[in-house]
Ligand binder design. Structure first.
Ligand code: PLP
Length: 402
């Protein structure tokens, strides 16, 4: 291993491997393989539901599609209103709320989970709140029991975005099993990949049927339930049963190829996640807690990236970190998930005002002084130790500790 000049450390490596490609090639060698959504998609959904511990899952073509489909069905059932969203998340979480006509209501982050500050969420719930759309950031659990109890008592639906956090748990139960619906992404940089892809999981049978129809043009024949399909046909005798469009919806279907890769990937997800946990512990244990935040809430976490957040707002250390990472060939993203405070982004300033971002100091710290670097199963332990020692030696501003 060459740890001298370059650590050669991308955000992700080998997330689609030879066995995945072999599975695709074997599938393509079938006499007449079906490539549009069919049996492989169904099998992947069934296996995913089993792995996660839910009744139903619906495969779509990206995590962003999962976000949009989820909020579209939510609006269909609960109507328009407010939706409480994080300041630190991926753009599609907020964009989907806007696209569905919801009013986004923002909260700051909890420094130790990087998820929403759950007290602030509870403070912002009112009679017009339709849901809390929470993101589990970079593999950390953002839930706590009193928060779940309070949401239950107030009958406010929770939607979990676990696109960055599958395999992580709260109280021994997988994230993505607590909300009314949950979202996952199979983009290349995540815990597993189907090239592109996303999943929506739920225990709610009615929503499941609706999600299936919304995924495919809103067509009633896409429902799973025969009686539901018959009911649509009976109610609309003037329509061809093949073309009953129950909702104004989308085409967000996956192909069979993505599903073949997903099924193969799922076989090694738990093993890979164990390695990620070991790597992450090694990283946190060796990072200087005087310079960098190490007191994350790690119970149940499962991180495909190492969050690197400066303890204090120190511009000199921040510059030194970026220079060192570049010099040593370590790919990084500044601002962590989605680039930091979404409220600073042009698309949201137009909606929420030019200065709204100032109200959220904790996410602003992460925006400027937070980074992440990749944590993938192939990552050598020596590289982790080497990187920590490089980071720990970096000069900081003299007065930044006072
Ligand atoms: C929290 C979160 N939600 C949604 C998405 C969107 O997923 P995709 O890239 O598959 O569209 C991402 C993507 O990185 C994400 O991190």
């Amino acid at each position: 291993m060459n740890c001298g000049k370059s650590l050669d450390w991308p955000l992700m490596r080998n997330n689609i491997g030879r066995s995945d490609l072999k599975a695709v090639i074997d599938y393509l060698k079938k006499e007449v393989p079906i490539l549009t959504q069919s049996r492989q998609v169904e099998e992947f959904e069934r296996e995913w539901s089993q792995w996660l511990g839910v009744h139903h899952s619906v495969l779509v073509n990206s995590g962003s599609s999962a976000n949009l489909l989820t909020l579209s069905t939510l609006r269909e059932i609960y109507g328009m209103g407010e939706i409480i969203v994080p300041t630190l998340t991926w753009v599609s979480d907020i964009a989907s709320a806007l696209q569905c006509g919801f009013t986004p209501v923002f909260v700051d982050i909890d420094r130790r989970t990087l998820g929403m500050d759950t007290d602030q969420v509870l403070d912002k719930i009112n009679g017009n709140t339709r849901a809390v759309f929470l993101t589990h950031i970079l593999g950390f659990n953002a839930l706590n029991q009193s928060f779940l109890d309070e949401l239950g008592a107030r009958q406010v639906p929770l939607i979990e975005d676990a696109c960055e956090s599958y395999g992580a748990t709260f109280n021994g139960r997988k994230l993505g099993t607590f909300g009314l619906m949950s979202n996952f992404s199979f983009y290349y940089a995540h815990h597993m990949s189907t090239i592109e892809g996303g999943m929506i999981s739920t225990n709610d049978g009615e929503l499941y049927e609706m999600l299936r129809m919304f995924r495919s043009h809103g067509m009633s024949r896409e429902a799973n339930s025969e009686s539901l399909k018959r009911a649509y046909v009976k109610k609309h005798p003037d329509l061809n049963p093949d073309f009953i469009f129950a909702f104004p919806a989308f085409n967000m279907r996956s192909t069979e190829i993505n599903a073949v890769i997903g099924r193969e990937q799922l076989k090694r997800l738990d093993t890979n996640n164990e390695i990620r946990r070991e790597n992450f512990n090694l990283f946190l244990q060796n990072l200087d807690p005087a310079k960098y935040q190490t007191d994350f809430e790690t119970a149940g976490s499962c991180n495909y990236a190492f969050p690197l957040i400066l303890k204090r707002p120190d511009p000199l250390l921040c510059e030194n970190v970026m220079r060192a990472l570049r010099e040593h060939g370590v790919e990084f993203r500044r601002g962590t998930s989605g680039g930091g405070n979404q409220l600073r982004q042009p698309y949201l300033r137009k909606v929420m005002g030019e200065r709204e971002f100032e109200k959220y100091p904790k996410v602003n710290h992460v925006h400027f002084y937070g980074f992440y670097v990749g944590n993938y199963p192939d990552l050598e332990k020596e590289k982790i130790l080497k990187l920590c020692s490089i980071l720990n030696r970096l000069p900081e501003e003299e007065d930044s500790r006072v």
